[in-house]
Design a protein around this ligand. Structure first.
Ligand code: ATR
Length: 270
């Protein structure tokens, strides 16, 4: 049986094993998928041991995505731009291929599952860490009218925007004054992990804005509560993005596209 795994720290609450087990059952693929918690200073050793034991590929989550990018022998364009890898595949010659499916996952969830158009829209992206970097390329490619990156530490946002300059209308702004009336506001900060919402004024939300947090479950609550208090009804966490990025990884490994809707519904059902 082909082995796959998600590597992270912590990783025990990861939904990825459940998602990939559902994909495998649905498509009749014989594979196993486990969650492996690598020590903070031991990602490479843990990954190499897994591959030596027959591992065919894996997903990579916080805090190892940048390390995975450096370890990959070759990367696709999205991973190279993001300088972060969330999907690894062991090639027939033993080389390690790196991909980033996070941005594709976000786009599929927004446009296909939630019916949120992006072309011509003004989008505000909060945060400038690895999570933000992973979604900028696909957002620009989707034809947004403007993508504004606002981060607590402004120089980080400026450095990130500079990396994507020339690919579309990308600007930076102060987190506390990022502009008003956006159509889509995406939270890619880690503030929710500490129970906080990023310190944005409620005017960032346009009258029919969509608020979306890239994480799911309780850490998404502070930002989505802020949006609801601003009168926004279209508030979404990142569970759909998680399932969609997993589906793209599954396709890269197995050449088969699983249906995502039943898996999202099952996870929402508890
Ligand atoms: P990730 O891979 O999850 O993006 P990261 O690279 O450590 O993790 O980035 C965390 C992001 O969350 C950063 O944009 C960070 O802002 P700074 O660059 O100023 O550190 C942001 N962040 C974390 N806690 C925050 C908070 N309480 N309010 C606003 N932004 C916060």
């Amino acid at each position: 049986m082909d082995r796959y795994a998600v590597f992270g720290h912590p990783v025990r609450h990861s939904q990825s094993p459940r998602i990939h087990a559902a994909f495998a059952a649905q498509t009749g693929q014989a594979l196993s998928y486990e969650a492996i918690e690598a020590p903070l200073d031991g990602f490479e050793a843990t990954l190499r041991a897994f591959i030596a034991a027959g591992g065919r590929g894996g997903n990579v989550t916080v805090p190892f995505k940048e390390q995975a990018f450096r370890l990959a022998d070759r990367c696709d364009d999205l991973a190279a731009q993001a300088q972060a890898v969330n999907t690894l595949r062991v090639e027939p010659d033993g080389r390690l291929a790196g991909f980033n499916t996070d941005g594709i996952g976000l786009l599929r969830d927004l446009t296909q599952n939630l019916g949120v158009p992006l072309r011509g829209r003004r989008v505000l992206l909060l945060g400038a860490g690895g999570a933000a970097a992973g979604v900028i390329g696909p957002l620009l490619a989707a034809g947004v009218a403007e993508l504004v990156i606002a981060n607590r530490t402004a120089p980080r946002a400026q450095a990130l925007a500079a990396r994507f300059a020339g690919q579309g209308e990308i600007h930076t702004a102060e987190l506390t004054a990022p502009g008003e009336g956006f159509d889509v506001v995406l939270n890619a900060t880690a503030a929710g992990l500490g129970g906080q919402a990023p310190a944005v004024p409620v005017g960032v939300f346009g009258p029919r804005a969509v608020a979306y947090d890239l994480v799911y479950g309780p850490p998404a609550a502070p930002f989505l509560t802020l949006a609801r208090q601003a009168g926004i009804t279209a508030c979404h966490d990142g569970l759909g993005m998680l399932v969609e990025q997993a589906a793209e990884a599954f396709w890269l490994w197995r050449g088969v596209r699983p249906a995502t809707a039943p898996v999202i519904a099952a996870l929402r059902g508890g």
